[in-house]
Design a protein around this ligand. Structure first.
Ligand code: G6D
Length: 348
């Protein structure tokens, strides 16, 4: 197992590095200290062909725009916050309004567009990079000086674990996630519509026309949102369900998860034989099938397009600060925040 660190680019006087984590089984994960962005996960297919199974851009300049948040940690709060404002203890906070009238993924320059400190850790069966960032009081409109650490650990069990640890000197809200787009075909040869998703989730959140939760929890039974026995993502595209159509003919929905100890999510591509299994201590996962991805990027010579990747963003429920019935994303002064998600990469 080892980590190599290479210069990737510069932002003013700050050097951006790419950290390539390799285990003894042929799995590699490459991450930037800009936005904690995963640029590559190199994994063999059933013929042993090593290819990238995530959508990764080819330059820092592209990542500095990165409107679709490829590979990035997003926050302070992932998802949308209605009206780009919220109240804590009778004080109203106004956030960046960067998605129509709402706030999305931490605002104009959220965690995905910040330079993080990085420290590497190398052990016999695990290598890791610990990224740290201090989000100043008032940044993007959020209260509190927030110290956040995001640790990516790669093991010889072919697992990548992401730990989020945070603490604030004032009451605030926090709900980060990783916004990697998976494409198990390898080097984005095909889109993800023939991928099979299996997920232990009985309910998902209804969205309104601004992609905000209405607060209503819908049961998956009898709908294209029922992934309990496995389903191809294509079903959401051809679907006449008004929620699939509202999302732009696909999925862009938070699913409620019950079990935080087992791998309750599996994404599988039969043609390549690649599978990613996910377990998380978070209450939900946002399934996004890149319904809004335009052709302005290119991956391995192919222009980007709808359905070229799929995000499985483990997190607290979107807009939770306006829904007291959702699990809270409030972080009290001095309280320790910790969540973790594990991705296990398997061949079938
Ligand atoms: C769109 O609604 C979707 C979000 O879920 C996604 O994160 C973003 O595109 C990249 O706004």
């Amino acid at each position: 197992m080892n980590i190599t660190k290479t210069e990737y680019g510069h932002i003013q006087e700050q050097t951006i590095y790419q950290y390539r984590l390799k285990n003894d089984k042929g799995l590699e994960v490459a991450i930037l200290n800009y936005g904690c962005i995963v640029t590559e996960i190199m994994m063999p297919d059933k013929q042993g062909q090593h290819e990238n199974i995530v959508l990764g851009l080819s330059s820092l300049e592209e990542y500095q725009v990165n409107a679709p948040y490829f590979g990035a940690v997003v926050g302070r709060v992932a998802g949308r916050i209605k009206g780009a404002s919220f109240q804590l203890d009778d004080k109203t906070y106004t956030l960046d309004q960067n998605d129509a009238n709402n706030h999305l993924h931490g605002g104009n320059e959220g965690f995905s567009h910040k330079v993080w400190e990085a420290k590497t850790v190398e052990e016999k069966d695990c290598v890791a990079v610990v990224f740290s960032y201090v989000s100043k009081d008032g940044e993007a409109g959020y209260p509190g000086n927030l110290q956040l650490k995001v640790t990516y650990s790669l093991t010889n069990e072919n697992e990548l674990k992401i730990d989020y640890n945070g603490q604030s000197d004032k009451k605030t809200i926090l709900n980060p996630t990783n916004h990697t787009y998976f494409n198990l075909s390898g080097n984005s040869k095909r889109d993800v519509l023939s991928h099979t998703l299996q997920m232990e989730s009985d309910q998902f959140l209804e969205l309104d026309h601004e992609s905000l939760p209405t607060g209503k929890k819908l049961h998956v039974t009898g709908t294209p949102f029922d992934f309990r026995n496995g389903r191809k993502l294509q079903d959401g595209v051809a679907s006449t369900h008004e929620q699939n159509q509202l999302a732009g003919n696909g999925y862009d929905h938070p699913f409620l998860l019950q079990d935080d100890c087992n791998f309750t999510i599996s994404l599988y591509d039969e043609e390549s034989g690649r599978e990613v299994k996910i377990k998380t201590d978070q209450p939900s996962v946002v399934l996004y099938t890149a319904n809004h991805l335009s052709d302005e990027y290119s991956f391995y010579g192919h222009p980007s397009r709808k359905y070229l990747g799929v995000c499985l963003e483990t997190q607290g429920l979107p807009d939770a600060i306006h829904h007291p019935e959702f699990p809270s994303i409030i972080l009290n002064k001095g309280e320790r925040y910790h969540t973790s998600t594990v991705y296990a990469f398997k061949g079938r």
